[in-house]
Design a protein around this ligand. Structure first.
Ligand code: SF4
Ligand code: SF4
Length: 437
């Protein structure tokens, strides 16, 4: 019999979709069936108390979690998110129920033995409940009490050889798609650069000194498997400078039905014969493709590297050879100004070790943002408030025509002193005569 009645939560288990309530109940059942399997270090019925408290929140339409102080592990300023409930007598299992963020491996490659060790450790020292993964990419360990924090940290670092992730106003755990380890579309080694910068910026990751959170994400191509351009303050999205590589024989093989399109995905459904006009050329966002009956033509100057055509006929079209990344800034989920997608900061940056250019750019952005941002203001919000011009000035990047939203309507021109020969004491007459037509 359930410890707490949960009529409202029960409704969340109806319907065909997966339910986190069912997941929690699975853990409750597992703990009851195996009471002696591990020596639980927090109350074994913590997941039941969690459901009871959540039911009260649904009924009262307000949260019953409260902030009761900063918790963490020695030497780190982030990685632990303190949670206390406001009814500890009624729900002792979740009186303290802190969350830990654990750094995910680059590309999220795990061995089963690692996952088993992690789950066994968490079964013993916490609620047994995890979230794979949080939106930063971290493994999230949900719910333990304060005395267990150092113990978990010790087990993570000594036995599992892994680290806490970021939380609070610091660099969040950088995330990368699986890139060249498995994907032919990767324009750079996402996992290597992610690993390199994670090591390089340990201080920024573990000691919050920023105005607010800052996320770095690395997508190997514009398919965006870690959604860098939607979810990171600085997004590195793989791209190429030269032409899409084409194999006309293979194009004809797709048209002739020899190769299944979309790499054979959806083979269980009959989509009819492949139609290159309809499925590739007609869907090119810049209409820069043409089929002359024998050969496919691409006006590469107009191509925006959206990946659509390459995704559909990957054996015929390949990314170019001059590879690197575009840098976008300012994506975030809604808090102050609503959700924002990233905007282009730099069209192309080489992504080669030792990544000096990448680090230089990141640090220029951080230095400017740390100086001018308000407390709890994401990079995209700072730029919205102060202008993209200021970010470009701080990074030394030239403005691009594509960064202008609308032609200017103000006929007055203002120059800064350093833009005018002679500065403050310039000879205005001579200056005007040089600039008037
Ligand atoms: Fe492959 Fe591109 Fe996805 Fe990375 S983002 S895994 S390169 S498709
Ligand atoms: Fe068109 Fe996108 Fe293919 Fe470029 S990558 S040619 S924009 S469909």
């Amino acid at each position: 019999m359930a410890k707490h009645p949960t009529p409202l939560l029960d409704q969340l288990e109806e319907g065909p979709w997966p339910s986190f309530v069912s997941d929690i109940r699975q853990e409750i059942a597992h703990r009851k069936e195996n009471p002696n399997q591990v020596s639980f270090q927090i109350p074994a019925d913590a997941p039941e108390d969690l459901l009871g408290l959540l039911e009260e929140s649904y009924r009262d339409r307000e949260t019953h979690w409260k902030h009761g102080g900063v918790v963490g592990v020695f030497g780190y300023g982030g990685g632990v998110i303190g949670r206390y409930c406001d009814q500890p007598e009624k729900y002792p299992g979740v009186a303290q129920f802190h969350t830990l963020r654990v750094a995910q491996p680059s590309g999220k490659f795990y061995s089963t033995s690692y996952l088993r060790q992690l789950c066994d450790m968490w079964e013993m020292r916490g609620s047994g409940l995890t979230n794979m993964h949080g939106s930063t990419g971290d493994i999230v360990l949900i719910g333990t009490d304060t005395p267990q924090l150092e113990e978990v940290f010790h087990d993570l670092t000594h036995q599992l050889k892994t680290d806490l992730g970021g939380s609070g106003s610091n660099l969040r755990t950088p995330a990368a798609c699986l890139g060249r380890s498995r994907c032919e579309f990767a324009c750079y080694n996402t996992q290597e650069v992610c690993w390199h910068l994670t090591q390089e910026y340990q201080d920024e990751l573990h000691r919050p000194a920023f105005p607010y959170k800052f996320k770095l994400k690395f997508d190997g191509c514009p398919n965006g498997c870690v959604a860098a351009m939607a979810r990171s303050d600085l997004a590195f999205v793989g791209t190429w400078k030269d032409d899409i590589r084409m194999d006309q024989e293979a194009v004809r093989a797709y048209i002739g039905g020899e190769f299944p399109p979309n790499a054979g995905a959806h083979a269980s459904r009959n989509w009819g014969p492949f139609d290159i006009e309809k499925e590739v050329i007609g869907r090119c966002p810049t209409h820069c493709m043409r089929w002359d009956g024998r050969n496919l033509h691409i006006d590469n100057k107009q191509c925006v590297r959206c990946m659509h055509c390459i995704n559909v006929i990957p054996r015929a079209l390949r990314i170019g050879t001059e590879q690197g990344a575009s840098v976008l800034f300012g994506a975030k989920a809604p808090v102050v100004h609503g959700a924002q997608l990233g905007s282009l900061l730099l069209p192309f940056i080489p992504m080669e070790p030792p990544y000096a250019e990448v680090e230089d750019l990141i640090e220029k952005v951080w230095n400017w943002w740390a100086d001018v941002a308000k407390n709890r203001e994401r990079l995209g919000e700072t730029v919205k408030r102060l202008s993209l011009q200021q970010l470009l000035d701080a990074t030394g990047l030239p403005p691009l025509p594509q960064q202008i939203r609308a032609p200017r309507t103000n006929p007055y021109m203002f120059f800064r002193e350093n833009e005018v020969p002679g500065g403050r004491n310039r000879d205005l007459k001579a200056f005007r005569s040089r600039h008037q037509h």
